[in-house]
Design a protein around this ligand. Sequence first.
Ligand code: APR
Length: 248
Amino acid sequence: MPEEKILIAPDDRVFVLTGAGVSAESGLKTFRDQGGLWEGYRVEEVATPEAWQEDAERVWRFYSMRRRDARKAEPNPAHRALAELEASIGDRFFLCTQNVDNLHERAGSRRLVHMHGELFVSRCEFSAVVPGPGDCTREPFADDALYETGEAIRRCACGGRIRPHIVWFGEIPLEMDRIQREIDRCTAMLVVGTSGAVYPAANFVRWAGPRVRKYYIGPEPPMNAAAFTRVILGKAGEALPGLLQVAG
Ligand code: APR
């Protein structure tokens, strides 16, 4: 039986949260379906500030591999369906992705934030979102280079090493003020392909008010399934196209 459509009314504001599952059909692996390992690494070995201090070369080898994989990936029908929704409702649309790949942008999304950083951006290890005394003030910059040896790792003018612009475990997600404002004013929330295991993103569905319609789309119920109005089981690239009906 075909899924009942999600109706987007002329006064709706839609907040979308995506996770690794939206890029799965583009060939990029999700994290939690790999037996706790990420390309053969434990998360603590490659995605924490401690890992960077301990072995920056290992960290860059891992992100270089992810850059290599992401370069080859193409947006899938789920990325495109979200870009089409944005094209039809304009600034009533907002997309927050936990993904560090750039497949949403490549599908045409514009009103989006990458709360966990971006794979094709680097920055000085001494820079900060809000620089304090002694912090490096150089902005993050576009970078798709591969750093596969210790010697390849570049240095900033201040002497700091260049690191991936990725929010590691223990670091503060980006753009939280803007995300909170968008959650506060949305009337519908679509959550696609995220396990509901990583906070604060797993709580967005609870931060949204009780009148907000909350939909989850993915092949299995997320850990926070009880907080949704409706859970739609299916692969994002198959379920999303045709699911949304925009009125007006
Ligand atoms: N379509 C939709 N969802 C899918 C698909 C698909 N084709 N394939 C898998 N999924 C779902 C899985 O059912 C799972 O719920 O995607 C989810 C992937 O979960 P995780 O691997 O935990 O990814 P995510 O929730 O995005 O992780 C959050 O954790 O590791 C950190 O910073 C990293 O941003 C990441 C965060």
